[in-house]
Write a protein that binds this ligand. Sequence first.
Ligand SMILES: [Zn+2]
Length: 307
Amino acid sequence: MGKKALSWAIDFHVHPLPLLPDQLIVDEVEASGVEKCVLLAVDVDYKMLDEPRISQHVASTLFEAGSWGLYELEHAKVLLQLARTPNERVAKLVEEHPDIFVGIGSVNPAKGMEYVMRGLEEIRALGLVGVKLLPTLQLFEPWERREELKAIFDFCSKHGLLLVLHTGCDPGPWELPALSDCARPEHYRPFIEAYPEVPVVLAHAGSYSIRRPGIWLDEALDLVSSNDNVWLDIAAVTYLAVEEKFARKIRDRVGFDRVLFGSDWPTVFKTTVSEALGRLMTSKPLTEQEKEAVARENARELLKAVL
Ligand SMILES: [Zn+2]
């Protein structure tokens, strides 16, 4: 009963990794004061790192940055194996708990047009409400995959789906900004501007980076301020809503009306959903109204467009 009284926030960024038992995910959400949570599929393939073209690109980028590539490549393979979350898994969880879960599918543009079209049809057939792209872990460069990206935006437009785009660095070798350049918000401006009817969530607000927190926040804010269809989530970068300098920058540039709470659970080391939410709700620089907006109201507004 006490739990229910607290259930009111919306978590826009949760990974139902295959290694997690279903019940653990449900328990985590119910214990955290979250009334709804968005589950993300992640279509990645560690075997791509064995393709010479890709492994050479990764190894040489790491090498130029002074990092020896062999161990990093093996580490990357492990990360991809852990992260891979099929569309069917997300759909099954949503089907079993439609009251708490909303599902977003994923398709990898690096696998070519035929694969992309099949993946999009699958996402739609499974009743998922959006498409997640991760240029880092999916190992694609946006300038090399224009056709596939255009097809994905077309599909989202035609079927009323939203697009969730990973922006910023990523753990492991992708902490190196040169390797995560593919996930800079600005690269996606042409698509975002060509499809004003497709809501786009820039996951991590272009900011995730251990080395340089807030790394491409300015680019993300530029996109928000010039396009009404762009939203930000603060998954793994809760500090954007807690640290004075970031909070003030966001308020001054775009305000908090298109900023969404996300926990990134369970990928942020030793952080539960309720800890991430607690940090947001006790943030000093945010007003009560801004906290309410980020924790729930903005997500409700956005989900209205796709549910
Ligand atoms: Zn994530």
